[in-house]
Design a binder for this molecule. Sequence first.
Ligand SMILES: C[S@@+](CC[C@H](N)C(=O)[O-])C[C@H]1O[C@@H](n2cnc3c(N)ncnc32)[C@H](O)[C@@H]1O
Length: 416
Amino acid sequence: MIDLAVSSELEIPTPKVKPKDRVGVHGWVHYYAAFSPSFVMTIINLFKLTRYSILLDPFVGSGTTCIVAKSMGVPSIGVEFNPFAYFITRAKVGWNFDSRALEEGLILSKNASETDNEPSDDFMKWFPLGDPTVRKTLGMGRYILKEISNNDLRDFLLAALLLSLRNVARIKRGSNPVWMRVGETPPQSNHDIFGIFSEQARKMFHDQQEIRTYDQCRTEILFGDTRTLTLPEKVDAVITSPPYLNRLDYVMNYRLENDFLANLKALPALEPSRLFRKKIIGTVAVIDKSPPKDEWGKTCVEILNRIYKHTSKAAASYYYPTIMQYFKDMYECLTRMQEALKANGACIIVVQTSYFKDIEIPVSQIFSEMAQNLGFNKAFIARRENVRVHMGLLDPEQRKYAPGKTLHEDVLVLKR
Ligand SMILES: C[S@@+](CC[C@H](N)C(=O)[O-])C[C@H]1O[C@@H](n2cnc3c(N)ncnc32)[C@H](O)[C@@H]1O
């Protein structure tokens, strides 16, 4: 078993976003568990990545890794499976258009006709009955997708439209802060979707201008599932933060936007969020109930057995298969990362430890054992900090168990 030590070999700042980080492109969305730009920047420098390197983030989320890499002139590839995040990230790194093209795109989208197609129930439910905004917004979205031939401008405008939707739709937060529900009335009653959208797009363009430095630096954002990722080339390093084992649902957090994208068929075979979410890692839909595998490592198998035998309600029937699915998925992803890395390449992974009732789940230890079985030679924790606010605390049932429990956020380094 790998003896996983906390090492001070590298000086790495916190991966957590601070309020001062939320400026410019980094302020477009407050994406849960996003990286701070300084974290990515420090790692790029520490691992001496240059314009001849390639960096991979297989869970790129709101795009911090790729946007920081691009602004430092380091080529990168990002992979994301949440359609909303995919378009937002593409809008951050796609710089191949100027202000004139933007203004032309805006004028054309203004004149886009309302859609004739029947809006889907999944999208319509976010608006008051008979609200003309539904067809207007879909008409604009459809126009952007079909008629704007410059891919960077197309995805940028679509992202601006996505970021305008919450002003005109009726949404509310439930008790779970990252689960959005249909509310009573939209925040803005004048329904001027075009006005909101054009203002949003101009602001975003301004933010993009601020960081446009290495125009020609290659940055690819791919929509897809990291479990089945194959890349035509090897990468020098991976910086990433996979979904945590806390049932945070990235697709449901952006249900409105994802239902809009599904209605537009903005990506091939895109389903409404209620169906699509089942495919994302870390949510509660269990597909495969086969038993744990030895290659997941001793700690993982032991913990899963303890969870199975736990006396609490639904431990064996619900929690055990859900947690098992998480580790099965993550083993697949670590395999893909190992395959993608060059010899001597490094993976820097931010992970959070977790609890099931009173059982601590040392996720970094488990990942490092998986990595060892996959042929990584070295694993250590380059930074460890306590997590004060986490999803487990929202649930009074959970709080009852192990009241003094501390969760850690670890920066795990794996070397080939
Ligand atoms: C912790 S977030 C990453 C945040 C990112 N570091 C940032 O700065 O915004 C994890 C991401 O993994 C994505 N994800 C979940 N399952 C995935 C899968 N199977 N393939 C690719 N991405 C996935 C989620 O949608 C989410 O955006």
